[in-house]
Design a protein around this ligand. Structure first.
Ligand SMILES: C[S@@+](CC[C@H](N)C(=O)[O-])C[C@H]1O[C@@H](n2cnc3c(N)ncnc32)[C@H](O)[C@@H]1O
Length: 275
């Protein structure tokens, strides 16, 4: 199916109809609609359907097809040290304070990256801990769990080899010490890779057992799920925070704080919350 203006409009109308039926938020897809439309167009071609109206009829006759469509709506863009200012605050303040508290209680510092894509966020945390924080709290252990629904993304996370665009915000000293360039890709050092455990989970059905001192839920629930679903999921996510634990949301996504009385704003500009 060619990528013409009329197909673009048809796809737009189709998504207006389909996204809410998947519990997804239309506004979240404004900037990334093209990549979702491309996948749907390929599927329409595979099924030999006449166009988006045909695909809509097909969905109505084949309820299982909704799972396939759901998989097309996953946006997997990420990079190391995304929302850079949040990482500064994390390394300078959040992690040292929470780690000292964990040390007093003689327990491991526990962190979760939800919707971790190819591991960029979880590994950024491991880098900050290893290079900036661990020396200040000698002997303190950290456990980092990272979850994603997409097996392909998790495989890429396990490979831990990244193109230049993914590592462009990694501070130079960390880049020099923890990455090795090979065949045009930046390979993350084993000592950092082994700090993160990856799990395949659909956040709508399963979440790792808490409690966690730090949870990253960035560019997933707030951005792509409709408000009711987001509130339902954020309640479960915040239930998994320790008292005083910190939740990080993407800098440019909505967070329904009015419906989440267990957390308070920690840093408004950086979309950080504390229980
Ligand atoms: C836009 S990326 C965000 C990655 C990272 N958190 C960041 O902010 O850079 C969203 C990730 O969420 C994953 N995802 C989408 N739906 C999910 C679900 N229902 N459960 C778990 N992960 C999901 C996608 O596969 C994708 O890797």
């Amino acid at each position: 199916m060619p990528d013409t203006m009329s197909n673009t409009n048809e796809c737009h109308h189709f998504l207006q109809w389909a996204l809410p039926r998947l519990g997804l938020r239309r506004e979240g897809y404004k900037k990334v609609r093209r990549q979702v439309c491309r996948k749907i167009q390929e599927r329409i071609g595979e099924l030999h359907l006449p166009g988006f109206a045909g695909y809509r009829a097909y969905l109505e006759d084949h309820p299982d097809e909704w799972n396939t469509l759901d998989s097309f709506t996953r946006i997997t863009i990420s990079r190391f040290f995304r929302d850079y200012q949040s990482w500064r605050m994390l390394g300078d303040e959040v992690l040292p304070v929470l780690a000292q508290r964990a040390q007093k209680k003689q327990r491991v510092l526990r962190c979760w990256s939800a919707g971790c894509a190819s591991g960029e966020e979880a590994y950024s945390l491991a880098l900050v801990w290893h290079h900036q924080v661990s020396d200040k709290i000698p002997g303190q252990q950290i456990e980092i769990t990272a979850t994603d629904i997409d097996e392909h993304m998790l495989q890429r996370a396990a490979d831990a080899r990244y193109p230049g665009g993914s590592i462009k915000d990694v501070p130079q000293p960390l880049l020099k010490q923890s990455f090795r360039k090979k065949e045009g890709l930046y390979c993350l050092d084993h000592s950092i890779r082994e700090m993160v455990s990856f799990l395949r989970q659909d956040i709508r059905h399963t979440m790792p057992d808490g409690p966690f001192d730090v949870i990253f839920c960035k560019n997933l629930v707030g951005m792509y799920y409709c408000r009711d679903k987001a509130v339902e999921l954020f309640i479960k996510i915040t239930d998994r925070l320790t008292e005083g634990g910190v939740l990080l949301i993407g800098n440019h996504e909505p967070f329904p704080i009015e419906d989440l009385p267990s957390v308070k704003i920690y840093n408004r500009g950086l979309n950080m919350y504390r229980k």
